[in-house]
Design a protein around this ligand. Sequence first.
Ligand SMILES: Nc1ncnc2c1ncn2[C@@H]1O[C@H](COP(=O)(O)OP(=O)(O)O)[C@@H](O)[C@H]1O
Ligand SMILES: [Mg+2]
Length: 306
Amino acid sequence: MKKEQIVKCQFSEWYPVFKKHTIKSIVLQIPPEVIDYLLDNGTLVLPIRNDCPSPHEDETEEWSDEESSDVATLSDAQWIALNSTLCCHSLHDVLLLLKSSDLIAHDLTRPFLLCSDDSPDPEIHYQLALRKWCELIPGGEFRCFVREKQLIAISQRDHTQCYRHVHALRAEIRASIHQFFIGLVQPRFPDDDYVFDVYRDSQGRVWLIDFNPFGDVTDTLLFSWEELTDTARLPSSGGNGEADEQDLPVFRCVTEESYLQPSVQLGYRLPRDFVDLSTGQDAYKLIDFLNLSSGRQQTESSDEES
Ligand SMILES: Nc1ncnc2c1ncn2[C@@H]1O[C@H](COP(=O)(O)OP(=O)(O)O)[C@@H](O)[C@H]1O
Ligand SMILES: [Mg+2]
């Protein structure tokens, strides 16, 4: 994996190109103080909730999606959200999620760690992408692997569950994603090897969710890197020997309830932060967490009063 490949997958690089086909989003510059807070191990504390500006106040006018650079990602921090989703209602929610993400720490400190080229690191201006919350149908997300500009494999995104409707509609799903790739992604994405995530809605329309580098930082789900880097090892969808051109992309979904694998997110369920909170070893994280909870309770009780 090359450093350039990572740069091309940054949210603000591709968002302007695919804006009409993905979730509405805005990109914020991250001030250096926030980076310091995210990297700090405990000497900085989140301001109390009422001091935090709300995303609905005036400073939203300063938000811009024109300038491009990088996006912080945070799906691995889902475990800490009070309702177990990534849905945020305040800046406080966002900061707590960011602070709880191991992947953010990786992005902020060693984004090019797994790259094979030894050229100087490209300059990064960190940004935060906020995306409008959408209720996605479970099982509707798929990860698509592109090698040498060809869509070679599609995997069910949540590979820990069996969704019968996905298996029943697999030919249709594969065809609609392939068409989306040929018509939209392939002509516009400026790389040969990459991974993209899509969502297929109840009307069968395909939406772009994210781009990821074609390399070890990206989870291969129902495939392996051995298969993906050597298509001769990629058995056809029907399992009758290796795939040839017309078999590609190979589509995989979970077919049997017994074929359960641990969720990647579960791998993050007992991170340092949780242990710190439960053992009281990091008092500052505990203070952040209690501030957040008490802020929520205050909001709820004032809602009830009004
Ligand atoms: N706007 C949204 N509304 C609802 N769920 C979302 C939204 N954006 C992302 N998700 C969920 O979070 C997952 C990860 O999103 P993604 O943009 O790939 O972030 P990351 O790169 O941090 O994993 C998606 O696969 C989807 O399930
Ligand atoms: Mg992603």
